[in-house]
Design a protein around this ligand. Sequence first.
Ligand code: KMH
Ligand code: ZN
Length: 276
Amino acid sequence: MPGTLITVAPTGAEHDKAKVPNLPVTLEELVDTAVACERAGAAMIHVHIRDGAARPTLDLDRLRATVTALRERTTLVVQLSTGGAVTDPESERLRVLEALPDSASCTMGTVNFGDDVFLNRWEFIVELHRRMRDRRIVPEYEIFDVGQLWSLRRLLDEHGPPAGGHVHVDLVMGVPGGMPGDAETLVAALRLLPPDATFSATGIGRASLPVMLAALSAGGHLRVGMEDTLSFARGQPVAGNAALVERAATLAKIAQRPPLQASYVRALLGVRPLSD
Ligand code: KMH
Ligand code: ZN
């Protein structure tokens, strides 16, 4: 792999704006963050949005406005979360696709998520996969535990390839209830990747750096951002998402796999070109 896809996940659904004032929650904050992160080396953005009170929402009008604004101000591949918050109903999570992003997340199974449960029934996964293909939205298969890669094989065997034809997964490591964020687990997971699939990895909290270094050394791509970690180093809160992207870009350059441009990533993942 000649370079590194860096995805930024700037917001998430879990953190409280009142406790994390630099979390981007308004459309303006999100777009400014996206611009800064693209400049720092990101090629894709994984988006969760918030309502006027900074609470997670899957409001379709807001999602549409977000996709439009990100396309106006950046060339980033825009990926909407269909995971939402653990409390979001399946119907609203499916409706996210009506905002017609370039890409959307598709989590490959149910997982304990801290003290909550992140529910992803098989029929729901199949429906997401099908609807994304109908709308030419490229999935990123989110993998919280190693067995979910086995489910991905089943999905592809029974329901065919995704939109764009290429399979890309994101290993989300270190969620309490999911797989741990360490090099041994990352290597074990790779054994189950579908043939020709590419992967990104992200470590939650203090797993951020070990997972980033392991993924780079294994030829993988990176996801970083305040959705996944709020501390830059022990005792040092993250200054902002761009600082996390900058660090990932620096490490990718040291690994001699520099950040990939968004246009290259579109071709790699089978995402529609911007002009389409
Ligand atoms: N917020 C988590 C419950 C995704 O974006 O697809 C789910 C999540 C995964 O973040
Ligand atoms: Zn997410």
